[in-house]
Design a protein around this ligand. Sequence first.
Ligand SMILES: [Fe+2]
Length: 391
Amino acid sequence: MAAPPTDSFKDLQTNITETKAQSTTTNGNPQSRGPSPNRGASVPDNETKGDAYMSQKTWLSEQGIDKSKWVKLKKLSHMRYQHEDLNQITAFLRDFGMKVVKKTDTERWFGGYGPDQYVYYVREGPRKFLGGAFEVESHEELEKIVTTHKDRIQTNGIEEMSSAPGGGNLLTILDPEGFPLNFIHGQQPPPPKSMPDKLIVNDESTKPRQRQFQRFRPGPAAVHKLGHFGLVSDQFPTLKEWYTQNFNIVPSDMLYVEQPDGTRKEVAMFAHLDRGQDLVDHHTIFLSTLTPDSSIPEPHVHHCSFEVHDFDTQALGHQWLAEKGYRNVWGVGRHILGSQVFDYWWDTSKFMVEHYADGDLVNEDTVIGYEPAEHEGLAVWGPDVPAEFLH
Ligand SMILES: [Fe+2]
């Protein structure tokens, strides 16, 4: 499994080491030469892996996964939550950059400007996580779930979503931890929506923006689509196995903790949807281990994350939410795994939601990385990670 990093990434790693070495001499005095400046590069996926990685093909075979048994997920569609106060969560989600697509007395559907009818569904009731919703490839896939997971079904079989925008069918099951998991099919696509303008950016050598000035208007960061959600469980190995055996969910990165006997215990998985050669988000779902120092002692949803246009959009959205008095958790910063520029907030029911921009894309040829689960590995820049993020 272990292999050395390839040359181009080694170059970036070497520079970090060199910087440390150059900053002091053997007698501990500072050298006259300054440290190397920071660097950034868009590095090919398989050249970014650290001390250990594995091809997806090898991993699938080692896990004994039979792809023909998979229920084929096409994409992540929307999140489902129950909130006590519909008006309060509506005000928050509007300030977060979503629009009300439809409302009834007890339900609301919130949309972005992306390919989905809605990205967030709310039902009135006591605070509750109702699960992420994946769109499956065909109606037969819904039937396959009914047959394979009949003891886990929560809906009245495959239900028609007669009041939801775009209609379609819904099936909800419980995973082995008891987290709801939703599947939809047959939803009509929404009419095309307008996309934000792309900024033209000048750098030191290329200056395509000529006699054009950068101007912005304050406001929420408009949400494009749902990107991922994460679950914290005390049965990580069981969930990892269940999700990867039953669905086309494959790790992009696996995090481990080194045990006293030198073995590595896997504690978290960032996973993408296997769509073959098609490019997909680095992670659509992540699973992690509930730790004894977690502020929430039971298994829980960690956060869900929505894509926004670019860095300026995100920074303006951050300012907007801050000015409205909402509570920031962590951000703005840039993740290492997945590369996203992130910004985490508490909603009005204290569920965590994230804005992200500039995430990585992978496919079946991207190797799976194995990294130590360390807080320093969470971000390349940004504020210090707060304890409440690691809940
Ligand atoms: Fe995230």
